[in-house]
Design a protein around this ligand. Structure first.
Ligand SMILES: [Zn+2]
Length: 444
């Protein structure tokens, strides 16, 4: 355990040995929020990283496509903690990452400490890490929940420089209305003040709904996600063997995969001014036709690639290439990497945690899939499926948007405010999409 440096000293070190004249966390403009700003807590800051090493000194592997120069990357889907700052910096330098979007910026559940830590991480890395807030589900069902979280978001954005809101799959699968004991539905209108505040502030909502389709199928060795689910039986929502079920805490009956995705689409439509980034390939990497329709119907929906190359990589490469070309303005690159001082996740983890040396091959597997036409290659997270994929050889202009430009636009608050103000289509007569939930016959 390293000794903790007092906060002010650490700030001084990070700021090049000059004590900051003003507090790092600026006072909130009082026009932005009605609640009194929370006092800034003192948090333990780990030792400073080497300030002579910039994350912009990039040393990624060259592309495996001859002559192709990859742009700087925005990884729009990461889970980062302050104590991992040295490892984060190293990962960014090793893989050509200009910006990491930290979707675990924290909620107000345990006070503002985590927001302060996230802001220090962003400041320490010179703005190359940007944070998204997580809501605090406690108290849901009370009349003021939406207003409370909307005000907190305004504070996180205006005072702590957060750049968006992240909703985890707990919405729809775990968060409970304290009044009724029922699961909160993804399209519950009491969430609308939060979505609307995002549009007003010009920040996006990154949202995870449901999980891989096979997590709803019977949990047994025939399930295509058995390797992962046997390590994480709590992720399974279908029939579970009694011996595994006995280990799990009791929980409300989950909705079906399709019900969750349809509720999400109703919610996207009810909030057309708000920009949503549906993670994990629109939360439906298994059904590319459904995701195509989702994007066609709802122009406020974007998708990321995180932790689903293996899944969507099972579709024919030419079909995928056409999909990426068609939706080249609505897809962002993201990996679902998690980095702390003693924690590393690469998309998903099995029983054995990866090592730092595994990170570069993880990014290279993404690059190989997107940039080459190689057949039957490993996908980045083999724990998520014991199969190979064909790479999709995207054109350079599409890659430029995917790796960098689309992410940059979604982090531009003025741009999002413009999108909020554009006219919206009348979708009242357009039916919701119906994702294919059927379990294919198991080959023996
Ligand atoms: Zn994630």
């Amino acid at each position: 355990m390293k000794p903790l440096i007092p906060t002010l000293l650490a700030f001084a070190v990070l700021a090049g040995c000059k004590p900051p004249a003003t507090p790092t966390v600026a006072p909130a403009p009082d026009t932005q929020i009605s609640a009194a700003p929370t006092p800034t807590p003192v948090v333990a800051v780990p030792p400073a990283i080497d300030p002579t090493v910039s994350v912009l000194e990039l040393a990624p592997a060259p592309s495996e496509r001859a002559g192709y120069q990859r742009p700087k990357i925005i990884d729009f889907h990461a889970h980062l903690s302050l104590d991992g700052q040295e490892r984060i910096q190293r990962v960014m330098r090793d893989n050509g990452i200009e910006i990491m979007v930290n979707l675990s910026g924290g909620s107000m559940r345990r006070g503002p400490e985590q927001w302060v830590e996230s802001k220090i991480l962003a400041d320490t890395l010179g703005g190359h890490v940007l944070n998204f807030m997580n809501p605090d589900w406690s108290g849901f069902g009370g009349p003021e929940w939406g207003k409370r979280e909307a005000e907190r978001l305004a504070e996180a954005v205006t005072r702590y420089e957060f750049r968006g809101l992240k909703i985890a799959k707990i919405l729809g699968l775990g968060a409970v209305d304290e009044g009724t004991g029922q699961l909160v539905k993804v399209d519950d209108p009491r969430l609308n003040p939060l979505w609307q505040k995002c549009a007003e502030l010009g920040v996006p909502v990154t949202i995870h709904v449901a999980d891989p389709r096979a997590f709803w199928w019977p949990l047994n060795p025939d399930n295509e996600r058995w390797d992962e689910l046997k390590v994480h039986p709590g992720w399974a929502y279908g029939p579970i063997p009694p011996e595994l079920a006995a280990e799990l805490p009791p929980r409300p009956k989950p909705p079906s995969w399709g019900e969750l995705l349809q509720a999400a689409e109703r919610m996207y439509r009810a909030n057309p001014q708000t920009i949503f980034i549906a993670v994990h390939f629109g939360n439906a990497a298994e059904d590319i036709d459904y995701v195509d329709g989702l994007l066609a119907r709802n122009d406020n929906v974007h998708i990321d690639l995180a932790a689903r190359v293996g899944e969507f990589g099972r579709h024919p490469a030419d079909k995928l290439q056409a999909f990426f070309t068609k939706w080249q303005d609505r897809i962002v690159f993201g990996t679902d990497i998690g980095i702390g001082s003693d924690f590393l996740m690469l998309g998903s983890n099995g029983a054995v945690e990866p090592r730092l040396a595994d990170v570069r091959p993880f990014y290279e597997a993404h690059f190989r899939f997107l940039e080459t036409a190689k057949k039957q290659i490993d996908h980045p997270s083999p724990i998520q499926g014991n199969w190979k994929v064909d790479a999709i050889d995207l054109p350079a202009p599409v890659l430029q948007k995917l790796y960098h430009d689309n992410g940059k636009l979604l982090l531009d608050r003025a741009h999002l405010k413009e999108l909020a103000a554009r006219p919206h289509k009348d979708l009242s007569k357009v039916p919701l999409g119906v994702p294919n939930e059927a379990q294919p016959k198991v080959k023996k």
